[in-house]
Design a protein around this ligand. Structure first.
Ligand SMILES: Nc1ncnc2c1ncn2[C@@H]1O[C@H](COP(=O)(O)OP(=O)(O)OP(=O)(O)O)[C@@H](O)[C@H]1O
Ligand SMILES: [Mg+2]
Length: 359
């Protein structure tokens, strides 16, 4: 994706604005099928404001944290796959008549120039042909066009180089999540319509997939850091205390009812934004669209009330996306309680690590 990809075993490295996550897998055969085993995993918090709105501000802090993730977990492989997200990444689904590959390459450039709101010279463009649904007549190609600003890519590749790692692949968060889902929920991906909502600190990725074909990708400016900011403002407490409250820890002089009122307001706002995205999908195209499942991931999805709020608001079965569901691991090396705690955080990193193993 987005210009570089060389096909080696890679470390999936998810550089979020709140934390950095790393996953290393080993591919193997199990009952004749491709399977994965977890080799290494790493997680470190980033200092507040090191990455703001998807831009690396304090590159020294980010480099330091990447090095810690590798060193403390004895990850020796230096080849990494990262992903980017947010408003300098554009994903568009376009439909073109079926054509020869050379013609297609030209058409893609034309489409990119007309569909992407940035100067073409300032963007890296890539595309993927979507598998046509069973009933398609094969007369057109559904294509996902992906474009990212070059300065955004440079911003992230710089910290990888400064950390003395080799940047082998750049993806977008939403594709990595889709991939984590494909590996771990094969029975659902092929015949259901579902949404993945990855609730991070600054960005919430929403993906809607219909029978293995992605229909909608959105990166919304929503997430846990907005909850923390509002808690801090409305309850007149420090950012750190707000963070504790969000994680369910007690803070002096804050009454549970006060906390609940502010939390409810934030949850309600979040639900309204997600509803707009879901409605956009359901209102589009001719046939009746219905989301059958919602999978939640990301740090904010650990907020207990959220799963219930989703179920109540949308009346759709909602569960936590477990990116380790089909991944084997040595129980002597990895603690299963730790996994349960951490699973919501590793969707993107796992998707990045699995993707490369396929190639
Ligand atoms: N137990 C918890 N309960 C509620 N919220 C939590 C919990 N643990 C972490 N969070 C919140 O989750 C957010 C971090 O999630 P995550 O690690 O997925 O973000 P990120 O990938 O680093 O950020 P982004 O992708 O948005 O740049 C923070 O806002 C944090 O406050
Ligand atoms: Mg994230």
């Amino acid at each position: 994706m987005l210009g570089i990809s060389r096909g080696k075993d890679l470390i999936g490295l998810d550089i979020g604005s709140y934390s950095i996550k790393a996953v290393e897998l080993r591919s193997k055969k199990k009952d004749g099928e491709d399977a994965y085993e977890l080799k290494k995993i790493g997680y470190e918090l980033l200092p507040h404001d090191a990455i703001v709105e998807g831009t690396v501000i304090d590159s020294a802090a980010v480099v330091e944290t990447i090095k810690m993730v590798f060193d403390e977990n004895k990850i020796a492989n230096k080849n990494v796959a990262i992903s980017i997200s947010g408003n300098s990444v554009i994903i568009k689904k376009i439909s073109l008549p079926a054509m020869e590959p050379e013609e297609l390459a030209e058409s893609i450039i034309w489409e990119a120039k007309h569909n992407i709101p940035y100067p073409f010279e300032e963007t890296n463009v890539d595309y993927a042909i979507l598998t046509p649904p069973d009933n398609a007549e094969g007369k057109h190609l559904d294509i996902l066009l992906v474009a990212a600003k070059k300065d955004k890519i440079a911003n992230y590749s710089n910290v990888i180089h400064q950390s003395r790692k080799n940047l082998e692949s750049i993806e977008v968060d939403v594709f990595a999540l889709q991939n984590a889902m494909e590996v771990n929920y094969p029975e659902i991906i092929h015949d259901k319509t579902f949404a993945i909502v990855n609730l991070g600190a600054n960005i919430t990725n929403v993906i809607i997939i219909e029978k293995a074909v992605p229909q909608l990708f959105r990166d919304l400016s929503l997430g846990g850091s907005f909850f923390t900011e509002n808690l801090s403002k409305d309850l007149n407490i420090s950012f750190d205390d707000a963070e504790k409250l969000l994680k369910g820890l007690p803070v002096q002089n804050v009454q549970p009812e006060q906390l609940q009122t502010v939390l409810n307001m934030n949850i309600q706002n979040l639900m309204e934004e997600i509803e707009k995205t879901f409605s956009f999908y359901e209102a589009g195209e001719q046939s009746e669209k219905k989301i059958e499942f919602i999978f939640l991931s990301g740090g904010l999805s650990k907020l207990k009330e959220l799963q219930i709020s989703f179920e109540q608001k949308f009346n759709i079965k909602t569960e936590s996306l477990n990116p380790f569901r089909k991944i084997d691991f040595d129980e002597k090396k990895f603690d299963s309680i730790y996994f349960e705690e951490m699973a919501p955080l590793f969707g993107v990193a796992m998707g990045l690590a699995t993707r490369k193993m396929d190639k």
